[in-house]
Ligand binder design. Structure first.
Ligand SMILES: [Fe+2]
Length: 207
């Protein structure tokens, strides 16, 4: 091709217009892992760990959203403290979501991200759209923590069995411990203790 034409065709591809509406094939299919030789973890190990971590991710995203729902919809005399507590736990779950998702990516896998995919994957029962009373909100959150805590213990054990110490550490230090702590903070709200008047002391028998 003469030099003049090369220059002309090159010139025609330059434009200030953004190239919108671009679509192409996926570069990696969900459920696969890319080769990450530097990690010294075999592909079957990374496949199993990324699959398990995606379950943990979907449940954590669901719990995260359940906290925001509770933060918005809570009612009653404890409104203010629960409103703040739910949002604090929400923020902590947001951090956990990012930690799990990035672990999946660094293992060569693909992290779930979108709400519809999360809804199809989570083991936490679907909450109603409507508003529920505070004790029901707290019970629902505790049940969700229980699903996650149970899975964390299984997954941590399996990860160390397979030699994936990084996943074991992440699951125990970053996910399990925070969930245990949050479950404690919630469950103390379901203890029935008097707000103003202490219970009557037991009557002593004379003699
Ligand atoms: Fe808020």
């Amino acid at each position: 091709m003469p030099k003049k034409e090369v220059a002309a065709s090159h010139h025609s591809t330059l434009s200030a217009q953004p190239r919108i509406h671009q679509y192409a094939r996926e570069i990696q299919a969900y459920g696969t892992v890319s080769s990450m030789m530097t990690l010294e973890l075999e592909e079957p190990v990374r496949l199993e760990m990324t699959e398990q971590l995606n379950l943990l991710l979907a449940d954590t995203m669901t719990l995260r959203d359940l906290y925001k729902k509770s933060h918005w919809q809570v009612a009653g005399p404890t409104f203010y403290q629960l409103h703040l507590l739910f949002d604090k736990h929400y923020d902590e779950q947001v951090e956990i979501v990012d930690t799990i998702a990035e672990r999946i990516q660094l293992l060569g896998g693909i992290a779930l991200a979108m709400a519809a995919d999360v809804a199809e994957t989570t083991r936490i029962p679907r909450a109603p759209r409507g508003r529920e009373e505070a004790p029901v909100q707290i019970s629902r959150l505790l049940d969700a923590h229980q699903v996650i805590i149970r899975h964390c213990r299984q997954l941590a054990r399996r990860a160390s069995q397979l030699g994936d110490d990084g996943t074991n550490d992440l699951v125990v230090s970053d996910v399990l411990r925070i969930n245990e702590l949050q479950a404690w903070f919630l469950s103390e709200h379901l203890v029935e203790v008097p707000l103003v008047h202490a219970e009557e002391p037991p009557i002593r028998k004379a003699g």
